[in-house]
Design a protein around this ligand. Structure first.
Ligand SMILES: NC(=O)c1ccc[n+]([C@@H]2O[C@H](COP(=O)([O-])OP(=O)(O)OC[C@H]3O[C@@H](n4cnc5c(N)ncnc54)[C@H](OP(=O)(O)O)[C@@H]3O)[C@@H](O)[C@H]2O)c1
Length: 276
């Protein structure tokens, strides 16, 4: 049986991947921290739920022991653990948010791959890292912590690929657009919190809201992304990156110069005078 270790298995996208892999006959070590959702994963065939926090070496070492008690090697490690955030980089204290996102999205991914690498190599396997459209697109306002963490995931992923190519271990990145999961709720909650607290950006946020709602309302079904991840896992020669789910409007904005995009955001959301 092919075994996969997957973080973020308790989340919207990760759970969809676990379900698909389970149906395809894979053995899945499905990792997360939420006890209730971990317990629910146990109902799926060939799924072994594991409690593992990607910010904690000891917790991941214990997870590796569990994996080793079933198999000496892995077909793949898939990193889906990740957080988002919505907020200002100057109003309030963004530093704890940035640190948390870097710790989970970036260092967490690096920690998992470092600790599970030998099992992947032993299995002739591959590593899949979840980036985002935030990993390659022009940043949107008030999503700075998330964009900078996913840009770092991209740099980490590409560096890892350039290293592991010498060993014949493929490293693949997934760049999802917008999908309906708890992350969508987190963005909305962050927006409402910021709107309630801001001194500077009340008007800008109110004008931005319809655009945000429109973007979030066309979020895709996580099952569609799971099919993309399966392709990355089963391709004999996987692509370097798999992009899916990015909206046409955002994709079009990528064709414009940065200053034009700045101008469009200011046109749509207005300016804040120095007196405000
Ligand atoms: N949904 C989208 O539109 C979208 C778009 C682009 C990229 N992505 C990326 O896709 C990945 C999955 O996101 P999602 O949409 O499925 O979000 P989600 O439903 O909120 O799931 C997030 C997952 O991350 C796990 N996680 C968070 N902190 C963790 C920690 N310290 N240790 C271990 N696991 C941790 C959560 O597990 P517990 O709750 O059990 O801790 C959960 O399984 C993320 O990397 C995200 O950036 C999502």
């Amino acid at each position: 049986m092919r075994y996969v270790f997957l973080t973020g298995a308790t989340g919207g996208l990760g759970r969809a991947v676990v379900e698909l892999l389970s149906r395809r006959g894979y053995g899945v070590f499905a990792a997360g921290t939420n006890e209730r959702r971990i317990a629910e994963l146990a109902e799926l065939p060939r799924v072994i739920p594991i409690r593992a926090d990607v910010t904690d070496d000891q917790s991941l070492l214990a997870a590796r022991e569990t994996v080793l008690s079933h198999t000496p090697s892995l077909y793949a490690v898939v990193n889906f653990a990740g957080l988002t955030a919505f907020g200002s980089l100057v109003e309030g204290d963004c530093i704890p948010t940035i640190q948390r996102l870097l710790d989970i999205n970036v260092t967490g991914t690096a920690r998992v791959n470092r600790l599970f690498f030998e099992l992947v190599r032993a299995g002739g396997g591959r590593i899949v890292n979840c980036s985002s459209e935030a990993g390659w697109m022009k940043p949107q306002p008030f999503a700075g912590a998330y964009f900078l963490s996913k840009r770092a995931v991209e740099a980490y992923n590409d560096s890892l690929r350039r290293e592991l190519m010498f060993l014949g271990v493929p490293v693949v990145k997934i760049q999802p657009g917008s999908y309906r999961t708890a992350i969508t709720d987190a963005v909305n909650e962050g927006f409402e919190r910021m709107l309630g607290e801001t001194r500077l950006y009340g008007r800008v946020l109110s004008r931005m809201k319809p655009m945000m709602d429109q973007e979030l309302s066309r979020s895709g079904n996580p099952r569609a992304l799971a099919a993309v991840v399966l392709r990355a896992l089963e391709a004999r020669r996987p692509r370097l990156r798999y992009r899916a789910g990015t909206g046409k409007l955002l994709a079009l904005m990528e064709l414009l110069p940065d200053r034009t995009v700045d101008w469009l955001y200011r046109l749509a959301c207005g300016r804040v005078s120095r007196a405000e």
